[in-house]
Write a protein that binds this ligand. Sequence first.
Ligand code: ADP
Length: 194
Amino acid sequence: MSSDIVIQLGHSQLQLLKGDITTVAVDAIVNAANSQLAGGGGVDGAIHRAGGPELMAELDVIRSQIGRCDTGKAVVTGAGKLPAKYVFHAVGPVYRDGKHREPELLASCYRTCLDLAAERDLKSISFPSISTGVYAYPLDDAAEIAVKTVAAWLVDHRGSLRTVKLVQFSDFDHEVYRKHASALRGHMAGGSSA
Ligand code: ADP
């Protein structure tokens, strides 16, 4: 899967891709999980299907230890058969009206996972479009938060992480993300299109 938009931020790249996140090789794949860590449809179902039963077995242990995962946070498992070392199961906000800390909680998902990657000295991470499926976050707002939060984090952190891939599943979602990435690139020095 080729990346048709790349933003260079210091020594790191923010890339947009269209396709199936379970096929993209990275150190950590982010899952859009639910707070029960119970598995579900959408990208969560795809990640569990591709990763195999060991992901849910690890989540069962985590659930028995912590009960549930708070919104805006994430838990870590291995990646089973996925082309990755880890899966970060992030819990995005269910969108109500935008007045229940949804923007802050969505941004927290991205920052939490980037912090988890940095703690593990990982070089690459991929994100799906968290909360914009069943959780009904308006896509335009969620895409802007995703692009801006990741870019700001990369500017602030000069660690191991070299590549952050934002993966959209549909052409429509990809176009919306492209719009926000292009706007961001217009404001960043040293940006380039590949
Ligand atoms: P949420 O419950 O956080 O809204 P969903 O899984 O319902 O999560 O949707 C999040 C996004 O993931 C949606 O844009 C959906 O189209 C997308 N998605 C579903 N399957 C995949 C996949 N295999 N790869 C990448 N993105 C996917």
